[in-house]
Design a protein around this ligand. Structure first.
Ligand code: SF4
Length: 210
């Protein structure tokens, strides 16, 4: 089986990722590094932020996520934009991108197109993800590409689905409960980062209740 479960960090790992051959993630130019699915713009939710402050890593959160030069802060999550190859901004590429973006039914093509020119800001050349595994987003910990899925036996596919569900449900239920609690207090990450961090820090282990 090419996939395994890392129970400490609750993530799915695959030996195939080191030499990714998935056509969806093939670099557009020969001089671009093959980074597999790490072309994504990770979104750090309250769940990942909770794990950082729970571990006493407030400085890591502030320095590497909240003040990241490519971050976009939303009320309850922070997106870190990818590094985009300059060739994406050439007029021919931009024309295609804008055309797809303008139409709701082709918007996904625009996103996929831009992704082929992008590398996640946390990717470390020749190594892989530069984040401590426990702080990776639920998408990064659960994503499995078509190539891996297609090669897996039926039993493995079912196992992958179970792992994926448990990763996503844990993060989503945490975010639902604690976003509501923070909204009730009138706090958000844009205007009240200190209050949000203090709130998350005060949660009992497991973060189940406010
Ligand atoms: S955060 Fe890490 S695992 Fe997720 S896309 Fe970026 S480099 Fe890859």
């Amino acid at each position: 089986m090419s996939c395994r479960w890392d129970g400490d960090n609750k993530q799915i790992l695959s030996s195939l990722c080191m030499h990714c051959g998935d056509p969806d993630f093939t670099p557009v130019f020969d001089d671009m590094e093959n980074v597999g699915c790490c072309r994504y713009e990770p979104v750090f939710t309250l769940f990942e932020i909770y794990k950082m402050v729970r571990d006493g890593d407030d400085d890591f959160f502030m320095n590497h996520i909240y003040h990241h030069p490519k971050r976009r802060i939303f009320p309850y999550e922070i997106l870190v934009e990818a590094q985009v190859d300059d060739r994406f901004y050439r007029s021919e590429e931009q024309e295609k991108y804008r055309k797809w973006l303008a139409n709701a039914s082709t918007r996904y093509r625009a996103v996929d197109f831009k992704m082929t020119y992008s590398i996640c800001s946390f990717f470390v050349s020749g190594k892989g993800c530069g984040l401590p595994p426990r702080y990776k987003t639920s998408i990064c910990r659960s994503f499995v590409c078509h190539t891996i899925e297609d090669q897996a036996a039926e039993e493995t596919r079912q196992q992958l689905k179970t792992w994926q569900r448990s990763i996503i449900e844990e993060a989503e239920s945490f975010n639902r409960v604690h976003q509501e609690q923070l909204q009730a207090r009138g706090w958000n990450l844009i205007d009240h980062p200190d209050q949000v961090l203090t709130y998350l820090k005060m949660l009992p282990s497991g973060g189940r209740q406010a």
